[in-house]
Ligand binder design. Structure first.
Ligand code: SF4
Length: 429
C-alpha cells in the first residue's frame, strides 16, 4: 500500500508505521468503522429507495462521511469519534425509513406460524432481504402451480399481510446463509438471490438454476431484469418437484407494533416477578467456530426470562420450544437485520413504561456481528448510550486496541467469554 503522506510504500524504509497517510491507527480504525457503518446504512437506504422512500439527511450524511475518509482530509480524532456516533444516529433514521416503507407497502407484520416442511410441486427458493422482489415473484407465480419458499433471512416476509396472503408462499426452507451451499444443492427447484448474504455455488452444483436480481451478482448465474421473473418461473417448472414433508412450525412477525400490543401483559409479568429479565440475543451468523455461544446462551437462559431475537444468529435456536410466560412467548423473533428498528422501539417503549431509560431496564444485549448492517446497528446502540452490551464472537478486526478500550470505558462494552459465566454475571447484578 502506498502512503501519500510519506510518499513511499507503507512498511518501507523510514515508514513510521503509524498507518497510511501519517494517520495514527486509531484514526484509521475510526475511518474503517465509519466505512462499514456507511455500507450498512447504504443497504437500508437502497431497500427504502426501491420502495420510493428517501431521506435527504441520510443522503447528505453519506456524502459528508464518505468525504471524511478521503486522503488527507482530517487528522482530528475527536471529529471522527463524533462522526462515528452520528453514523449511529443516521442509521436509526434510515432503519425507521425502511420500516415505514415496508409497513406502508406490505402492512404491519403480525405474529405468524411458518411451515418449515415442504409441499409437493415445482418450487422456487428465495434468499436475501428484498421484500419487493418477493412480492413481485409471488404475484407472477400466482396460479402457476409453483410454490415459493423463503430461505433463512427472508423468513420475516411471512408476517406481512400483503405477502402472507399468497397461498403459494409455502414456507421457510433451511437455515442461515452459511448453509446455502448444502441446502441449495439439496433443493430441487430454482433459486433466486435478491440481496446479501449470497454465496458462490460450489462447482457442478446449482449454478445452472441460480438467478440473481437487483444488487446481487454471481458469475454464471442468470440475471433477472426489471423484476420480470418469467425465465425463473419457466426454469422452476422444468425442474424436479419437491416432495411433501412435514416439520416443525416456527413463529415470526413480532414487529414492534405487535409486541407493544402485549405491553400490558409484559409490564404486569415484570411487576409480579414472573419475568425477571429480558435478553436480546441477536445479530448475524457466520461459519466461524465460536458462534455456538449464542445457541448455548439461549438454551441456558432461565425459564423466568424472555429472549428477544433478530437476524441470522437465531436460526441455530429458533426451532427449540422455549414455551411461554403467562401467554407471552419466551422467544420473540423480531425479524432480521432489516427489522432491528423494532428492537429499538420496544426497548424505548419498555423504558417509558417503567419510567427509566434503556439502561435501567432488566435487559441485556448479547450480539453477534459479521456483516456491515451489524456494525451500523452497533453504532446506533452506542449513539443511544446503551451500556453493558456483550459482543462477539471476536472483536471487530478494524477496531484498534485504543478505540476498543474507549468503548469499554465509556459504554461498558464487553466481549463474550463463555455462556455460563456471562449469564451468571448478568443475572447476579
Ligand atoms: S442477518 Fe446478517 S448474516 Fe444474515 S443475511 Fe442478513 S446481513 Fe447476512
Amino acid at each position: 500500500m502506498f502512503c501519500y503522506q510519506c510518499e513511499q510504500t507503507v512498511g518501507g524504509t523510514g515508514c513510521t508505521k503509524v498507518g497510511v497517510c501519517g494517520k495514527n491507527e486509531d484514526i484509521q480504525s475510526l475511518q474503517d468503522t465509519l466505512l462499514y457503518g456507511l455500507k450498512g446504512i447504504a443497504a437500508y437506504a437502497y431497500h427504502a429507495r426501491e420502495l420510493g422512500a428517501i431521506d435527504k439527511e441520510v443522503d447528505a450524511f453519506m456524502h459528508e462521511a464518505l468525504f471524511k475518509t478521503v486522503t488527507n482530509v482530517s487528522f482530528d480524532l475527536n471529529q471522527y469519534i463524533a462522526l462515528v456516533l452520528k453514523c449511529g444516529y443516521i442509521n436509526i433514521k434510515v432503519m425507521e425509513l425502511l420500516d415505514k416503507a415496508h409497513t406502508q407497502r406490505f402492512g404491519s407484520p403480525m405474529p405468524t406460524e411458518v411451515e418449515t416442511g415442504t409441499k409437493k410441486g415445482p418450487c422456487i427458493l428465495v434468499t436475501g432481504h428484498d421484500l419487493l422482489d418477493l412480492y413481485e415473484l409471488l404475484r407472477q407465480t400466482e396460479g402457476t402451480g409453483v410454490n415459493v419458499y423463503t430461505h433463512g433471512e427472508m423468513l420475516p416476509a411471512h408476517g406481512y399481510p400483503e405477502l402472507k396472503k399468497f397461498k403459494h408462499l409455502a414456507g421457510n426452507y433451511g437455515g442461515a446463509w452459511q448453509e446455502q451451499k448444502k441446502e441449495f444443492k439439496e433443493f430441487p427447484g430454482a433459486l433466486l438471490a435478491t440481496t446479501n448474504c449470497v454465496l458462490i455455488p460450489p462447482e457442478n452444483t446449482y449454478l445452472d438454476r441460480l438467478f440473481t436480481v437487483g444488487i446481487t451478482g454471481v458469475p454464471g448465474s442468470k440475471r433477472v431484469e426489471r423484476r420480470d421473473f418469467s425465465e425463473l418461473i419457466k426454469k422452476a417448472k422444468s425442474l424436479p418437484s419437491l416432495h411433501e414433508s412435514s416439520s416443525k412450525k416456527i413463529m415470526t412477525g413480532f414487529h414492534y407494533t405487535a409486541v407493544l400490543g402485549l405491553a400490558d401483559k409484559i409490564i404486569n409479568a415484570v411487576k409480579t416477578g414472573k419475568i425477571k429479565h429480558f435478553f436480546l440475543v441477536g445479530g448475524c451468523d457466520g461459519a466461524k467456530p465460536g458462534r455456538n455461544y449464542y445457541t448455548e446462551f439461549a438454551e441456558m437462559v432461565p425459564d423466568d426470562c424472555v429472549i428477544l431475537t433478530l437476524a441470522c444468529g437465531k436460526y441455530r435456536f429458533n426451532k427449540i420450544d422455549f414455551g411461554n410466560i403467562e401467554g407471552i412467548p419466551r422467544l420473540i423473533d423480531l425479524g432480521q437485520c432489516n427489522d432491528a428498528y423494532s428492537a429499538i422501539k420496544i426497548a424505548e417503549a419498555l423504558a417509558g413504561a417503567f419510567k427509566t431509560d434503556v439502561n435501567g431496564l432488566p435487559l441485556t444485549l448479547v450480539l453477534s456481528w459479521f456483516e456491515q448492517k451489524a456494525v451500523a446497528i452497533l453504532l446506533s446502540l452506542l449513539y443511544l448510550n446503551i451500556k453493558g452490551m456483550h459482543i462477539g464472537p471476536t472483536p471487530p478486526a478494524f477496531v484498534s486496541k485504543n478505540v476498543f478500550s474507549v468503548l469499554q470505558e465509556k459504554f461498558d462494552l464487553k466481549l463474550i467469554t463463555n455462556p455460563k459465566d456471562d449469564l451468571d454475571k448478568i443475572l447476579k447484578k
